[in-house]
Design a protein around this ligand. Structure first.
Ligand SMILES: C[S@@+](CC[C@H](N)C(=O)[O-])C[C@H]1O[C@@H](n2cnc3c(N)ncnc32)[C@H](O)[C@@H]1O
Length: 266
């Protein structure tokens, strides 16, 4: 009978457990809002500037698009849609995802102006349900940079699962050779190697080290992989500026899919 009555120690333990759970829930909400925080800065910039990233598609995508079988394409962090609109023009059924409602609004408006049918989703790519074997092409241009390292790996793994047989991936993103990496080292809180937290952006910033992006897709047929310094004229208050980027264009092969399946099995 008395077993049902809690001793003061048991009561304390349960209370601490409850406090821990409550704190953990609060922390998860806080962490989510930190992740979504990067929306605010993009939202403001998308509203202020007519076209933040320009409308020129990525040069390598223009050069290589004929290799990709026309079908479904997914653009992660689509922005105003400079790549997604190009893909739609080429006949792809494009879905563009972005956390910024303003960017999706602009993307959909630009598509409408051009008589193109596209799908735009306002959501965090970390919450997107990647269907297996679904897309002929998945694009992520300068988006993964705003995730934590472990999230970059989570998205990469989803990309590999979600590419249809014979499909391709196109990724471009900032490397440790980007000038902002040195700035981040001086000014931002470093969370782990090559990963920082920016209070101003309320966002993580991840910089790819030499060859990491290529390694992530090592079981693919790598058509192009390069790391280079480019001059970006598409945006920025300070005019043309340099970026250190890695660019990957790769095709899935059956073996890659097998390996991915094996490693994701419990
Ligand atoms: C530098 S812009 C690049 C836009 C576009 N890909 C381009 O190359 O023109 C990065 C975009 O990623 C979006 N973004 C950042 N983190 C995201 C996330 N977790 N989920 C969805 N979109 C995200 C931002 O809102 C922004 O529109």
């Amino acid at each position: 009978m008395h077993d049902a009555v809690l001793s003061p120690t048991q009561f304390t333990e349960i209370s601490w457990q409850e406090i821990h759970n409550a704190l953990f829930t609060t922390m998860r909400i806080a962490i989510n809002s930190v992740r979504y925080g990067c929306t605010e800065i993009f939202e403001r910039r998308y509203s202020e500037e007519e076209c933040l990233w320009g409308l020129s598609p990525s040069p390598l995508l223009i050069k290589k698009i004929e290799e990709v079988p026309v079908g479904k394409a997914l653009d992660l962090g689509v922005g105003e849609g400079r790549n997604a609109l190009f893909l739609a023009l080429k006949g792809f059924h494009v879905t563009g995802i972005d956390v910024s409602p303003k960017s999706i609004e602009k993307f959909l408006d630009l598509a409408k102006e051009r008589g193109l049918t596209v799908e735009g989703l306002v959501m965090d790519i970390l919450d997107f349900k990647f269907s297996p074997d679904a897309y002929n092409l998945i694009v992520a241009a300068n988006t993964l940079h705003f995730l934590k390292k472990e999230e970059v790996y989570e998205i990469t793994s989803n990309i590999i699962r979600s590419i249809a047989p014979g499909g391709y991936v196109y990724i471009e993103d900032f490397t440790v050779n980007d000038p902002s990496y040195q700035n981040a080292k001086k000014k931002l809180e470093q969370i782990e190697e090559n990963m920082f937290y920016s209070l101003k952006r309320s966002s993580y910033l991840y910089f790819f080290p030499h060859n990491e992006l290529k390694e992530m897709f090592k079981d693919f047929e790598i058509k192009v992989y390069k790391e280079e310094i480019i001059i970006d004229t598409g945006h920025g208050e300070s005019g043309p500026h340099e970026h250190g980027v890695a660019v990957l264009f790769a095709k899935i092969v059956d073996d890659a899919r097998m390996k991915q399946k094996l490693t994701s099995e419990p």
